[in-house]
Design a protein around this ligand. Structure first.
Ligand code: AMP
Ligand code: MG
Ligand code: MG
Length: 307
């Protein structure tokens, strides 16, 4: 029975539950207080939560989908994991969706899963917990088709609220776990990095003359601001993001009617041999916004620096 459900739906449905489990690991490590911070590079941290969440995600998905290529931010993780980290169940709502015809016969060898086990690590270490997301992006060929964004600390300041939420999207199917909201009309609110800014990032923002700039952590969190109607565009004129930062957010955003490209308007390819670095920056716009307006307004000199 389960095997008659198209592979793409099964991967997204599993990824929803796997992301939830990873989120619990992230909360548990924070409450135990031993973050085990390692500096991977300049302005680039890794904690025990990044490592453990990735082991949970990769072990669970590779056990269920052995021929799928999985690329995780924290390198290859082949060691044993505790048995309660191995997720084997799936989200039933996703399994009930209808898969678009052209994606019904996708097989494991056509799929690449891009995993950012903890997006917003620097904010996590600084206690800005609602900036943190778990990102699982599913690409078919070059394209970001499915995405799961889990926010482990959603509502964590609300007494008695359920903590955490998981949003998913499949291009051509739609989104679940939340209801997208439009941003306010007659304003231009732009979200961007808070910990990786530089002169070029700032010059790009200035050229777009925003009414307000929201500087928050994480690519996942910034795309959520677009989907929640809190910002019109996410602009990052710098090379620091990687494919695992954008694959899941791009799929969820596109499934909701928005767009995510580089600063030239090109989509990043997500096949297994693509470079990892998003060298030409990120421009994402909320559903209903004019993506091409932002592309036109970015100065040529800035575009020329990001190739
Ligand atoms: P931010 O918007 O600064 O939170 O960045 C979004 C994602 O891109 C995070 O996963 C960051 O770690 C990554 N990123 C952005 N810029 C850089 C950079 N200069 N060095 C390392 N990682 C970066
Ligand atoms: Mg990240
Ligand atoms: Mg990360």
């Amino acid at each position: 029975m389960a095997q008659s459900i198209p592979l793409l739906l099964r991967i997204v449905a599993s990824s929803v539950n796997v992301a939830n489990r990873a989120g619990k690991i992230i909360r548990d490590i924070m409450s135990q207080g031993e973050l085990g911070i390692v500096e991977k590079g300049k302005n680039d941290l890794q904690t025990e939560a990044d490592r453990s969440a990735q082991r949970c995600i990769i072990s669970s998905l590779s056990q269920q989908f052995p021929a799928v290529t999985i690329i995780g931010e924290e390198g290859s993780s082949t060691c044993e994991v505790p048995s309660d980290w191995l997720v084997t169940d799936s989200n039933q709502e996703v399994l009930k969706e209808t898969c678009p015809k052209e994606l019904q016969n996708v097989s494991e060898k056509d799929v690449v899963i891009w995993v950012d086990p903890l997006d917003g690590t620097s904010e996590y270490t600084q206690g800005l917990l609602d900036h943190v997301t778990v990102l699982i992006g599913i690409a078919v060929g070059d394209k970001a088709i499915g995405g799961v964004i889990h926010q482990p600390y959603y509502n964590y300041k609300e007494p008695e609220a359920v903590i955490g939420r998981t949003m998913w999207g499949i291009v051509g199917v739609g989104v679940g776990g939340f209801v997208p909201q439009p941003p306010p009309e007659g304003q231009r609110i732009i979200t961007t990095t808070r910990s990786h800014s530089n002169e070029v990032v700032q010059a790009a923002l200035d050229a777009l003359q925003p009414d307000n700039v929201l500087r928050v952590g994480g690519a996942g969190h910034k795309v959520l601001l677009l989907l929640e109607g809190k910002a019109h565009a996410y602009v990052f004129a710098s090379a620091g993001c990687k494919r695992w930062d954008t694959c899941a957010p791009e799929a969820v955003l596109v499934a909701a009617g928005g767009q995510l490209t580089d600063v030239h308007g090109h989509s990043y390819p997500y096949n297994s041999s693509t470079p990892h670095q998003n060298t030409a920056g990120v421009l994402a716009t909320a559903p209903g916004q004019d993506h091409s307006w932002y592309l036109r307004r970015l100065p040529d000199a800035i575009r020329a620096m990001l190739t």
